[in-house]
Design a protein around this ligand. Structure first.
Ligand code: GLY
Length: 399
């Protein structure tokens, strides 16, 4: 087991514990007298390691509540449900609220813990790659409100985050790759040689996957699982490396006054892409709009957060090339590098929307300050900078 600390000044305020199996969680729970757990029902039903997780919770006398997590249920009402359950079960100020699930579950449970009785301790067992490398680290909690993602929330650090690759065993390939996009994003911010290692690893996994499935006609799901098992060691090293990068950034700037903004690389574009994709889906569901079919949607299967971040990162690379180097090529150099690496990992990163369509949404982004927005621009792999630009500047540069 490895421990990575998050600091506030010199004081360690949160621990990230990485363990090969879920059994290590039991020792992490030992110091707590009264533990309550919110567990994503999907994880409990589908993840093979969840049986061991549930045994640990039972042995540790933890009260458990299962929840269904989705962007639609990431609401204040769900947070209030968690608070009501804590109240019904007499959780006192000494309680620890443990959340096992993806980023939606941990964000909601974390938020509930922050406001219940003015704040109780909380901890996470992230069960998606995306939450292991990003969402469950750094203390951002919150819910969606009034059509805006994560617009209500608090930054407060979990007591610990237990990261275990066993919890990823039932993760579908597409969701896994969503996490790979966030991992690559982390290494574009701070490299230490890990960006290329990750790009190469997932290129290899992808190539092996295609050979097994396309050439030998093997079952996709079992081939994918087998490949993750085979490359487990390298994968674990990369997950820990990404966690270390994020822990370092958060330790230096917990409340996102400065350096932490870097972690939003690609996200300003990504949020706009997610909003536009969602609008299309809603328009299709609206029976008053005739003639719209799945084929008319730019993302007929929706867009995952990681896919949106991948597209956003490619757009940020283009913006950076134009901003720093006056690169007027249709596809700029850094953009080509990042998008090729993403494609090689089977992460789609083509943006179907015009810059004007994106700008209209970004205008309402919660990170906008006056008419300027912070954009995180990659100067190169491993070096990013936050610059303030108007949307007019961005539209001109991206044309
Ligand atoms: N996901 C970006 C951050 O935690 O700051």
């Amino acid at each position: 087991m490895e421990q990575i600390n998050i600091y506030s000044g010199k004081k360690a305020v949160s621990r990230i514990v990485t363990g090969d199996t879920i059994t290590g969680l039991e020792a992490c729970l030992q110091p707590y007298r009264s533990v309550f757990a919110i567990v994503d029902r999907n994880v409990a039903e589908k993840c093979p390691a969840a049986a061991t997780l549930m045994e640990i919770l039972k042995r540790s006398k933890v009260k458990v509540r299962f929840i269904d997590s989705s962007e639609q249920t990431k609401t204040l009402e769900s947070v209030m449900d968690i608070c009501a359950w804590l109240l019904d079960n007499n959780a006192d100020r000494d309680a620890l609220l443990l959340a096992a699930g993806g980023g939606i579950t941990t964000d909601m449970a974390g938020f509930a813990a922050c406001i219940y009785k003015r704040g109780v301790r909380f901890a996470y067992v992230p069960t998606t790659l995306l939450s292991q490398v990003d969402a469950a680290i750094g203390g951002k909690t919150g819910v969606n409100f009034d059509r805006y993602k994560n617009i209500l929330g608090i930054i407060r650090q979990p007591a610990f985050t237990y990261i275990c690759p066993q919890m990823l065993e039932s993760l579908p390939k597409r969701d896994f790759l969503s996490g790979v996009a966030e991992m690559l994003k982390t290494f574009v911010i701070e490299d230490n040689g890990n960006y290329q290692k990750a790009a190469d690893l997932f290129f290899d996994i992808q190539s092996e996957f295609h050979v097994e499935v396309m050439m030998y006609g093997k079952d996709e799901e079992s081939v994918w699982k087998g490949l993750l098992q085979k490359h487990r060691k390298s994968l674990n090293q990369l997950i820990a490396a990404a966690a270390r990068v994020k822990a370092g950034v958060v330790s230096r700037d917990q409340f996102e006054k400065d350096e932490r903004r870097k972690l939003n690389l690609g996200h300003t574009f990504a949020h706009a892409i997610e909003t536009l994709a969602q609008k299309e889906v809603l328009a299709r569901q609206d029976s008053s709009i005739d003639g719209l079919s799945a084929e008319d949607l730019h993302f007929p299967d929706g867009v995952t957060h990681g896919e949106a971040v991948a597209i956003g990162m490619v757009l940020a690379a283009r913006l950076a090339d134009r901003y720093y180097r006056n690169d007027s090529n249709e596809t700029t150099a850094l953009e080509a590098k990042i998008s090729n690496d993403l494609w090689d990992c089977d992460i789609p990163c083509y943006c179907p929307y015009s810059i004007e369509e994106l700008a209209a949404i970004m205008k309402k982004d919660k990170k906008a300050e006056g008419d300027r927005i912070h954009f995180v621009l990659p100067r190169s792999i491993g070096e990013v900078e936050t610059v303030e630009l108007t949307l007019e500047d961005v539209c001109i540069l991206m044309k």
